[in-house]
Design a binder for this molecule. Structure first.
Ligand code: FES
Length: 227
């Protein structure tokens, strides 16, 4: 990513509970997405500065996360605050995990390069979106985005498709709205985070979840054929 990369979706809001963490990837780089006890989201490099253990395997304690391996504990700014083997040590300021700007909007957690986050705007999304599911597809983000524009979900025969950002599509069919946020996990792997407007019935959301399973098959099949 560069400093001008727009906000990238990294998870459905509902998939990260308070005081939990999960690992994810963008363009092959590993990140930890975690929430503190109060529910505030954080996105960091998923690597402990001590010996490289993934912090996504760690434990959230209040507004800090502790590494699973030797228990080094980091505050919400990524600064190491406690080393169990040296409890009286004034931990050097240089022991710090790289952190990234994070935002939560439209039922999604987003991250951006910290230096430029203030100048970047998040896609304007409806405020009544509900999670449908996230699915992981073995195809590139660009391929998924192009194909999605030609495959209508159920109950949305006449749709208008808007590209809200390089990482977000909105499908409108009257009072029904579907948002698909695309996360470039790796060159040929993409996460699709699917949300529907609160005006979509529970039954329709179940049908959408089933549609996404078929969608993954279609995307992977046509991507493999095109390769
Ligand atoms: S690897 Fe994280 S504390 Fe040692």
């Amino acid at each position: 990513m560069t400093d001008t990369t727009p906000w990238v979706p990294v998870a459905l809001s509902t998939s990260i509970e308070p005081a939990t963490s999960a690992g994810t990837r963008i363009d092959g780089v590993e990140y930890v997405v975690w929430r503190d006890d109060e529910g505030k989201p954080h996105v960091w490099e998923d690597r402990c500065p001590h010996r490289g253990m993934r912090l996504s395997f760690g434990f959230v304690r209040g507004d800090q996360i502790a590494c699973l391996y030797h228990g080094w504990r980091y505050d919400s700014a990524g600064q190491c605050r406690h080393i169990p083997a040296h409890p009286d040590l004034d931990v050097p300021k240089t022991i710090k995990v790289p952190t990234f700007a994070v935002a939560e909007a439209g039922g999604l957690i987003w991250m951006a390069p910290s230096e430029s986050a203030d100048q970047l705007s998040l896609p304007a999304l409806p405020n009544d979106l509900l999670s449908v599911r996230s699915l992981y597809v073995d195809a590139s983000l660009e391929f998924c985005r192009d194909q999605l524009a030609t495959n209508c979900p159920p109950h949305m025969a006449e749709i208008e498709i808007s590209v809200l950002s390089p990482f977000c599509l909105q499908l409108d069919a009257g009072d029904k709205v579907l948002v698909i946020a695309l996360q470039p996990v790796a060159t040929d792997r993409t996460a699709l985070h699917v949300l529907a407007s609160g005006q979509v019935s529970t039954e329709a959301r179940v049908e959408l979840a089933i549609w996404t399973a078929g969608l993954r098959f279609m995307l992977e099949h046509s991507f493999a054929k095109a390769a």
